[in-house]
Design a protein around this ligand. Structure first.
Ligand code: CA
Ligand code: CA
Ligand code: CA
Ligand code: CA
Length: 414
């Protein structure tokens, strides 16, 4: 217990005290203090019970009696050797309380297209120090709002300061361990689900589940020196609006061999960033863009298969004629994909079909980088088609007909 003070009333100074004590039940606060005798013969008042200015009974202070005698404790009744005094103790306020929120956890739900300036909720905090008159200021802990999407005014009202975007909002992850099991030979587009919250794998794409939400930390700071701070949490659940059009699930790049009869070229799946549980994503519908040029429309067809991709819908792209790579090496097919939102969003993605060379080496599907490679031809004969340094020779594009050991640009592909 801290020593409060070392003092003796003037009436006692002619005594050389051998004992001193607070008289029990002598006044308010008598139970909160005790007297101790110091080595130099003086006495000190010690605090033995917690004091609290915010306790309305205590804020006016204490008043009780102490007694000193100079002949040992046996002589309490000897009036020549005993002196009494009233002691008045006043409490001084310190800033020992942080503000208190009426509601420290509030959850709100808002659509991602809510306008800037919209008020979400009002927090109220009070502080018991300074006789309840301590002023509280509000702020947002910016580590919980790094994009500064929220603001708070001095009435404690939180508003939207910058546009929310559900698709850019962190997902709340459920607890527990997630295991996704896939069997060898599982169709590529099969949806694997763990049955718990967590990850879903669709056609090779990993999507995070969970509700997009912000956890905004609201601070209430009092005006003490030093100030004390309390924290509340505003959970902002961001609801989906259908504001994304579907796109190709991946970068399809099918190779169609030249000089073959009409055939199926590729199956196309789509993806959509919006909330599929709100029907803002699949099922998708596919069609060739009606603005595709005549050559494309005469060369390919795009059929919608609504049962494809486990009911998400897919496009089947087929050729309608045969092609000659010498004529044109690739075709760009614009495909319109529409989602199921209300209103629906649709977007056009472009499929590149590469016309492949027919040769002994079977083309690898999904060939990617095609670039010009300088191949040194040292003799007068053209090089045979085949492999050169690990690259497959696609086309021999002779630009100079002369025969004098020079560089011929060659088109190669992996
Ligand atoms: Ca305070
Ligand atoms: Ca206080
Ligand atoms: Ca959205
Ligand atoms: Ca959508």
């Amino acid at each position: 217990m801290p020593r409060l003070t070392k003092c003796y009333p003037r009436a006692m100074t002619n005594l050389v005290p051998s004992s001193c004590q607070v008289i029990e039940n002598s006044g308010y606060g008598a139970d909160k203090f005790t007297m101790v005798r110091n080595n130099d013969g003086t006495g000190s008042l010690k605090i033995v019970q917690p004091l609290d200015y915010e306790d309305t009974l205590q804020s006016n202070g204490f008043r009780f009696r102490i007694q000193v005698n100079d002949k040992g404790e046996d002589n309490d009744n000897d009036k020549y050797h005993v002196a009494y005094s009233w002691v008045v103790v006043k409490l001084r306020d310190i800033n020992d309380n942080k503000p208190q929120f009426e509601r420290p956890n509030i959850e709100v739900s808002v659509y991602e297209n809510a306008e800037v300036g919209k008020s979400l909720e009002t927090f109220k905090a009070t502080d018991p120090d300074q006789g309840g008159k301590s002023k509280v200021k509000y702020a947002i802990d910016r580590t919980s709002d790094r994009k500064r999407q929220f603001s708070i005014n001095q009435e404690g009202t939180v508003s939207i300061q910058r546009n929310l975007d559900r698709e850019e909002t962190p997902r709340h992850q459920g607890g527990g361990i997630l295991l996704v099991l896939a069997q060898e030979g599982t169709p590529r587009h099969q949806v694997l689900s763990s049955g718990t919250r967590g990850l879903t794998r669709t056609g090779g794409r990993v999507a995070q589940e969970g509700t997009p939400r912000h956890q905004v930390k609201v601070l209430a700071i009092d005006d003490g020196v030093p100030p004390k701070t309390a924290t509340a949490t505003l959970t902002v659940i961001v609801q989906d609006i259908n504001d994304n059009a579907p796109t190709f699930l991946k970068d399809y790049r099918p190779v169609l061999p030249e000089h073959v009869p009409p055939r199926k070229v590729v199956e196309i799946l789509a993806t959509d960033d919006d909330d599929r549980s709100k029907s803002n994503g699949p099922p998708f519908t596919f069609r060739m863009d009606p603005n595709a040029d005549d050559i494309i429309r005469a060369s390919f067809k795009v059929e919608h298969d609504q049962k494809g991709a486990n009911g998400d819908g897919m496009a089947v792209v087929s050729s309608l004629r045969s092609f000659d790579r010498e004529q044109q090496k690739e075709y760009l097919i614009p495909i319109v994909i529409k989602d199921s939102g209300n209103p629906a969003m649709s977007g056009t993605s472009t499929l590149t079909v590469v016309i492949g060379d027919v040769n002994d080496n079977k083309m690898q599907s999904g060939a990617k980088d095609i670039f010009v490679y300088n191949y040194m031809v040292s003799a007068c004969s053209q090089p045979d088609r085949g492999r050169a340094g690990g690259w497959e020779l696609l086309t021999w594009d002779k630009t100079t007909p002369s025969c004098s050991g020079q560089n011929y640009p060659l088109l190669l592909a992996t």
